[in-house]
Design a protein around this ligand. Sequence first.
Ligand code: 6GU
Length: 362
Amino acid sequence: MSSPKLRLDVVTIFPEYLDPLRHALLGKAIEQGILAVGVHDLRDWAAGNHKSVDAPPLGGGPGMVMKPEVWGPALDDIAQGRAGAELDSAEAHRNDRLRHDDVAQVAPRPYEAQDEDRDKPLLLVPTPAGTPFTQRDAQAWSREEHIVFACGRYEGIDQRVFEDAEKKYRVREVSIGDYVLIGGEVAVLVIAEAVTRLIPGVLGNTESHEEDSFSDGLLEGPSYTKPRVWRGLEAPAVLTSGDHKKVEAWRREQSLKRTRAVRPDLLERAALSDDDRFMLDAREVETRVDVGDKRVVAKQVRRALKKAGYRADRIERDGATLTVRGRTALALDEATRVVANAVGAYEGGDTLGNFARLESPE
Ligand code: 6GU
């Protein structure tokens, strides 16, 4: 069989904790030959009858620190592919077959700009003291050939292990969130799954991760399936309208509004179009301007308003007063000015906001 795209090695004192790596999505990737996984018991590198892997911290304090004399040789062996039966089948990571990306003509995923030696495997050290793991990391690491995870328990691993490992690895200390786990094993499951599912061929359909939450910096909105009415609850009508443009616009709006509601920090960093801003900030407004005896052509006014960011639903005239109702993200005085401009009236106008809410208090 040809060599897999990605080899993961995990070093832990609880190898059985990593069993889920072989199941479900990742198990399938292993069967397909896309992924290879080696799980290694750190104690295989421990000396003496007690196979001790830890010792009290220098300088005192609670807990235990994992010993460099055990970790050093373990990471040396795994970097060279000298550890464990699973590694035998992984022979050099030759790239002698067409990559799925070439076959499927998928644009290469971006890799963080860096001048480091990409021939070295990546050593990931899960720790709450690491840099936050993000979807961007998952994208980048899905292009790696060999990732080794060093799972620490107790108070961590002697820091010199990582200093020394720089000779053979690119070393990253990573955290999966602002909370503390007992050890790195669960974090490895999290990272391995996030990374592996981005390898082409692991998920059947490439589009399905391009639309993921986070890949455009926004959260995904809600999803619905059949039946259209369930327990008296209707799915949003737009989704069964057959109007794909409307469906896309609705989904974008849901995504923007959910992100604003639960992760405003993400929204601040997202690249938003004028349409996005409109969806987020537009509210019902009603504008009245004095047009005197000017001739007003509703169609032209509507077009001019749309250009200015004011979407008019209704334009009515009663003598000298023109009333426009619609939606805009503009400030109220700005909305008035825009309407006055559109009709060529320069004085006497006013805009009321949040009209829908004022009119229908439910
Ligand atoms: Cl990556 N490891 C551990 N042990 N605790 C964590 C973590 C990682 N991320 C958050 N808490």
